[in-house]
Design a protein around this ligand. Structure first.
Ligand SMILES: [Zn+2]
Length: 71
């Protein structure tokens, strides 16, 4: 575990764990800023594939009115 931190390589949360779903508001809200914007890759630590996935899920969550467009 110590080695993991020394390498400073961030593991994509979704590669490490499970996929996120737009219905999981608690998880989705971790990937948006206070202003309701989708966080960039540097902030989320997600891989390119899953960053796109996040964006898509956030859009869906907004569409379903689970999260606000602007807080
Ligand atoms: Zn990933």
């Amino acid at each position: 575990m110590a080695e993991f931190f020394r390498k400073k390589k961030k593991i994509c949360q979704m590669c490490a764990n499970k996929d996120i779903n737009y219905k999981d508001v608690a998880i989705i809200s971790k990937y948006i800023t206070e202003k309701g914007k989708i966080m960039n890759r540097r902030m989320t630590g997600a891989c390119a594939k899953h960053q796109r996935h996040i964006a898509q899920q956030v859009k869906w969550a907004r569409f379903m009115a689970l999260i606000p467009y602007v807080k």
